[in-house]
Design a protein around this ligand. Structure first.
Ligand code: GLU
Ligand code: MG
Length: 421
């Protein structure tokens, strides 16, 4: 068969989808500099396809410039076209970062944390999804049987993640029907977000080659099990030393980690508009789903918004300090990992800067996307993190999406999102 090697450059946009363009790989040297052409209203493409509302109209030119450190070249060796893509940054035509670039948003958050405290955040993002290539067998959650019945999917997935340059950590049959979970090793925030996107795409790519799907929608069926995206994170000083733990602090949190957590809890109701950014996200954030419903910080509690994770088998204080991490559980795969991680870091950095104390009471989380967007709209802090143009664009995008599906019954709403994610 006549074939030519192709490369794709894209970004994981505010719809949480990787979008961009492909070109002959022979053009890569030039494309590394000039990227691929993009336009402002691409940002406003909803997850369903149409641009329902846009402040940008039809004007404007941008480029997505590939990041050489976010290149994936994975050949599944089944005769299919290799997965060859770059994640990239959206630039203005003069080469400056576009104010609505999702990766630039995360970079600004990283800088805000550095400015507030001279700290860096490491993150490991774990993701749950449905693999459609297995039949559901009741009672098989976490079972060896379910692990076996997924066939070669798990092996393909782990190999693909590794070949993509990400370190795979675990793969398991989760609690829900046909539900699986994958985890990867921790990285600094930007590569951690890249790794989450890459792992997600490798799951989709492996499932696709088996003529099936990996479905990451937070609520694939109404009243089913939710698919969470859990962001594990820890704080590190300029020398790389972990600074999240203090054995004498509240729940063993260091003072700076407690301020960070307080910042996240303070902003959390409004933050949901970014970390749980679809109508179905709020079907997951309901009682009895091992998913959060209030802005709380709990020790080893998987129902909490912020969970303090256990330390396993640590021989000494150094190992305990290194392992100690928090888990942010109010996130799902309809969010771009750049946006979710960026919002989390901005909120934590604000907590450090204002030396916020852990709140005595737990705020409830919004129960719908529209409620979350209203909270975001009223948040001066969030407006300052986004900047005015991106803030307005984000709200208009998400409000138009919410309105578009507002009248759908729950089952149909879940089905529409499961088709996309
Ligand atoms: N599936 C749950 C969620 O939606 C999480 C289950 C777990 O603790 O792994 O977040
Ligand atoms: Mg899980």
């Amino acid at each position: 068969m006549l074939r030519e090697d192709l490369t794709f450059v894209g970004t994981c946009d505010i719809a949480g989808l990787v979008r961009g363009k492909g070109f002959p790989s022979t053009e890569l040297p030039a494309r590394r500099k000039s990227g691929i052409g993009w336009t402002h209203s691409n940002l406003m493409q909803t997850c369903f396809g149409p641009i329902l509302d846009t402040p940008f109209g039809t004007t404007g030119d941008l480029m997505i410039v590939p990041d050489p450190s976010a290149e994936v070249h994975v050949d599944f060796r089944d005769g299919s076209a290799p997965e060859h893509f770059f994640l990239g940054d959206i630039h203005n035509t003069d080469g400056s970062p576009w104010e609505c670039c999702v990766r630039a948003f995360l970079r600004r958050a990283i800088e805000a944390l550095n400015e507030a405290a001279g700290l860096e955040l490491l993150a490991a993002i774990e993701q749950e999804f449905i693999f459609t290539g297995v039949e559901d067998v009741p009672g098989h959650a976490y079972s060896l049987s379910a692990f076996r019945r997924q066939g070669v999917f798990g092996e393909m997935l782990m190999a693909a993640i590794r070949a993509a340059g990400v370190h795979p950590d675990s793969f398991l049959a989760e609690y829900g029907p046909r539900q699986f979970e994958m985890t990867v090793a921790p990285h600094a925030a930007l590569p951690a977000a890249d790794a989450a996107i890459i792992a997600r795409e490798m799951a989709r790519g492996a499932a696709f080659r088996l003529e099936n799907r990996a479905i990451f929608s937070p609520m694939p069926v109404a009243d089913g099990s939710g698919n969470g995206v859990h962001i594990h994170f820890s704080l590190h000083d300029a020398s790389g030393a972990p600074v999240t733990r203090d054995p004498n602090g509240p729940m063993e949190l260091s003072a700076v980690a407690a301020h960070f957590a307080a910042g996240v809890l303070r902003h959390l109701p409004a933050l949901c508009a970014v970390t749980a950014p679809s109508p179905v996200s709020y079907m997951r954030l309901t009682p009895n789903r091992w998913a959060p419903t209030v802005a709380d910080l709990k020790l080893q509690d998987r129902g909490a918004a912020l969970r303090i994770c256990p330390v396993f088998d640590a021989a000494d204080k150094e190992q305990r300090d290194a392992q100690f991490n928090l888990e942010f559980r109010v996130c799902d795969a309809t969010a771009s990992p750049y946006m979710a991680l960026g919002a989390l870091i901005f909120a934590g950095a604000d907590g450090i800067r204002k030396r916020l104390a852990l709140p005595p009471n737990e705020a409830t989380l919004p129960i719908s996307l529209t409620a979350a967007l209203d909270l975001m709209d009223a948040s001066a802090a969030m407006k300052s993190w986004f900047g005015p143009v991106f803030f307005e664009a984000y709200l208009r995008h998400k409000r138009s999406e919410a309105a578009y599906v507002a009248d759908l019954p729950a089952e149909e709403l879940c089905a529409r999102y499961a088709d996309v994610y």
